[in-house]
Ligand binder design. Structure first.
Ligand code: RFL
Ligand code: PHB
Length: 394
């Protein structure tokens, strides 16, 4: 089999790239390790920046996010009983975010891909990248029990943090930067009305809690739990009880509980691999970088990488601009590092790190208090939360 761009991974990054390339008349094939149902079963992100919603429109899949996504003009931060609203629209000249599940983004992109008749090889096993330093790279994998070879001009590594693409770059050519956090997030999805019409990020002495949603009838909540915690240790009752203790009393009084549809624990991690391109391989999304979910940036960064990458491929195929290739990585990394900083900042201020009440902790408290009490501080939070501008290649 032969294509112009071989894409590894059918998560949001791979599917969105495939759709944008198709709109530019660039042929592509996606190779995905899991089944489509498995990919759709992963409950992950829920907050889309405006830039990502615009990109979904460019990809021809904007109709459902417009109809069913919930625009949010603000969110709240709670510290114990104190509540501070971050008025995104007022602080950023009218920008907002949209609450729309990653699952739904994926579903829309999969449907568009099917309609366009583009090839996706699901349940492809032992995917391997070859010749990325040559002019004719190819992928090999086992598909339907048989070995197959996919010839291409370029490979897009959109296969997430545990994928094979990043590992195919010689270790001597990569520099990685990382930080682990001593806790994870326990998430619960339920068909209950959200406790509040906006998201609430709560800092509490018992640990962080987040009140989010998917629709007017479906809520998504998260609790900080120690690293290594087992999800079996958390009955629904224990979850609801702990959540009520961590959010302001007047909010807890509004909480409607119900049976969970899904419960899972995600570890928190910051990670960046540089550069994001080697030879004819380009990394995008979680394959190149991970952020803790506190800033709602992971999916949005995958989208901004893809925005740069599809424009690069369009310039290569339509204008012969291979000279732009070295600009891919530095262009993406400028935005990636700003999102890493914001996600780290939100994580540091909202979670309990078991920090003794020493000088550093007092300074941290003062910094957070300053940020929430100052117009300049709130503007910085709002600008980052709605999403910094997309970088351009030229
Ligand atoms: P994905 O979604 O991990 O998709 C990668 C795909 O590649 C496949 N794959 C392979 N295929 C072939 N061969 C191999 N060897 C392969 N290895 C892997 C995988 O099966 C998969 O289908 O990466 P992508 O596309 O870069 O998308 C990234 C986002 O999924 C991720 O950043 C976000 O979910 C992060 N995130 C959030 N981001 C936001 O922007 N806003 C949020 O509100 C938000 N909340 C979250 C989150 C992530 C969370 N978890 C579970 C880590 C909340 C949580 C709890
Ligand atoms: C979610 O709804 O899943 C969600 C929202 C905001 C975050 C992280 C996750 O920061």
């Amino acid at each position: 089999m032969r294509t112009q761009v071989a894409i590894v991974g059918a998560g949001p990054a791979g599917l969105l790239l495939g759709q944008l390339l198709y709109r530019h008349g660039i042929d592509n094939v996606i190779v995905e390790r899991r089944s489509a149902d498995y990919v759709l079963g992963r409950i992950r992100a829920g907050v889309l920046e405006q830039g990502m919603v615009e990109l979904l429109h460019q990809a021809g899949v904007g109709a459902r996010v417009d109809a069913e996504g919930i625009p949010h003009d603000g969110f709240e931060m709670a510290l114990g009983e104190r509540r501070v609203r971050v008025d995104l629209a007022a602080l950023t000249g009218g920008k907002r975010v949209t609450v729309y599940g990653q699952t739904e983004v994926t579903r829309d992109l999969m449907a568009a891909r099917r309609e366009a008749g583009l090839t996706t090889l699901y349940e492809a096993e032992e995917v391997a990248l070859h010749g990325i330093e040559s002019e004719s790279p190819h992928l090999e994998c086992r598909y339907n029990g048989e070995w197959m070879r996919l010839e291409c001009d370029y490979i897009a590594g959109c296969d997430g943090f545990h994928g094979v693409s990043r590992q195919s770059i010689p270790a001597t050519k990569l520099t990685t930067f990382e930080r682990d956090y001593p806790f994870g997030w326990l998430g619960l999805l339920a068909d209950t009305p959200p406790v509040h019409h906006e998201l609430i990020y709560a800092r509490h002495e018992r640990g962080f809690a987040l009140c989010s949603m998917r629709s007017a009838e479906r809520s998504r909540y998260y609790l900080q739990v120690p690293a290594g915690e087992r999800v079996e240790a958390w009955s629904d009752d224990r979850f609801w009880d702990e959540l009520s203790r961590r959010i302001p009393r007047e909010v807890a009084a509004q909480l409607v509980t119900g049976p969970s549809l899904e419960k899972s624990i995600a570890p928190l991690h910051s990670f960046v691999a540089e550069p994001m391109q080697h030879g004819r391989l380009f990394l995008a999304g979680d394959a190149a970088h991970i952020v803790p979910p506190t800033g709602a940036k992971g999916l949005n960064l995958a989208a901004s990488d893809v925005s740069v990458l599809h424009r690069l491929f369009a310039a290569i195929y339509h204008q012969g601009r291979t000279d732009l290739i070295p600009r891919y990585s530095p262009t993406c990394l400028r935005r990636v590092w700003k999102a890493e900083r914001f996600s780290w900042w939100m994580t540091r201020h909202l979670h309990d790190f078991g920090q003794p009440l020493d000088f550093d902790e007092r300074v941290r408290q003062a910094e957070f208090d300053y940020s929430l009490g100052s117009h300049a501080g709130l503007t910085t939070i709002a600008e980052n939360y709605v999403g910094l501008p997309y970088e351009t290649l030229e």
